[in-house]
Design a binder for this molecule. Structure first.
Ligand SMILES: O=c1ccn([C@@H]2O[C@H](COP(=O)(O)O)[C@@H](O)[C@H]2O)c(=O)[nH]1
Length: 278
């Protein structure tokens, strides 16, 4: 079995360092001339799959925009996940789960067990019940070649008050998360399966990302105001592990399939100009 970190490394070599989110905001559905209903949701996601499923390394459906339509919306998410995987992109479900360990086991089964209808390559997870509470996700991911991206320094301005608060030993909360995830990836090459979410909007915070050994997902590009050049400031010497992530910046080019592809190509070129060649 090939581990997630190695599959991601290969996907980036083949398709370039880019993650595109599927975030069917009501405003985007309207902009695409679609109704804010199940049919609109289905058409929107089908179009993104057609445009980008065989093109970008990672596609990141945002679960919330499917869940808001109830069980039928989740059914569309399930079929979107299958189609993306068939088209060859890795699927990172942005679902930010976290709970006590016994409940995290159930979340792990939902997303990281290959027999689940919502099985994906990787998920996002929240560490605010303690990184250790996510152990069932880490274990199931390791067993089946999956990945977990844990929130460390999020792109929203509200995150800093919690994430940059100091713990008893003087490290920030975020640095304790970074250090625990680094341990999970220790000794794994070329890339570990346990990643962090670090927003492209946050500037130079002085956090030490050098030893993470796993992918660094960078949302906040485009609609939230960060540009590819900001990656240098945020990630410094860790730029080689960055997976830039765009949603609205690319999606707003739709519904034309060629325009969506051109938008993805454009942001990928912007990122390539900043990230080290590999
Ligand atoms: O720190 C974080 C973590 C996750 N996100 C998610 O990424 C996308 C961003 O969408 P844009 O349209 O590119 O702004 C969205 O799904 C967020 O929930 C984030 O923005 N920041």
């Amino acid at each position: 079995m090939e581990i997630f970190g190695s599959r991601l490394h290969r996907a980036i070599d083949e398709r370039g360092p880019l993650c595109v989110g599927i975030d069917p905001h009501p405003g985007l559905l309207a902009r695409w001339g679609l109704a804010d209903d199940l049919q609109g949701l289905d058409r929107f996601t089908q179009t993104v799959v057609e445009a980008l499923g065989d093109r970008v390394a990672v596609v990141k459906p945002q679960s919330a925009f499917f869940e808001r339509f109830g069980s039928h919306g989740v059914a569309i998410l399930e079929s979107t996940i299958r189609q993306l995987r068939d088209a060859g992109s890795l699927v990172l479900l942005d679902v930010k789960r976290g709970d006590i360990g016994s409940t995290v086991s159930a979340y792990a089964s939902a997303y990281l067990d290959p027999s689940s209808p919502l099985y994906v390559d990787a998920v996002t997870a929240s560490p605010y019940l303690g990184v250790g509470s996510l152990a069932p996700m880490f274990e199931l991911a390791a067993e089946h070649g999956g990945g977990v991206f844990v929130l460390a320094l999020t792109s929203n301005p509200e995150g800093a008050a919690v994430q940059r608060a100091r713990t008893a030993d003087g490290r920030t909360v975020a640095q304790t998360v970074i250090d625990e995830i680094s341990q999970l990836n220790r000794g794994v090459t070329p890339l570990g399966s346990f990643g962090l979410v670090v927003g492209a909007t946050i500037g130079d915070t002085g956090h030490d990302l050098a030893g993470v050994g796993g992918p660094l997902l960078a949302p906040g590009l485009g609609a939230q105001g960060a540009g590819a050049a900001d990656l240098r400031t945020v990630f410094g010497s860790s730029l080689g592990s960055v997976l830039p992530s765009y949603s609205r910046e690319v999606l707003s080019a739709g519904p034309d399939v060629a325009a969506l592809r051109a938008a993805a190509d454009r942001v990928l070129a912007d990122c390539r100009a900043v990230l080290p060649a590999r």
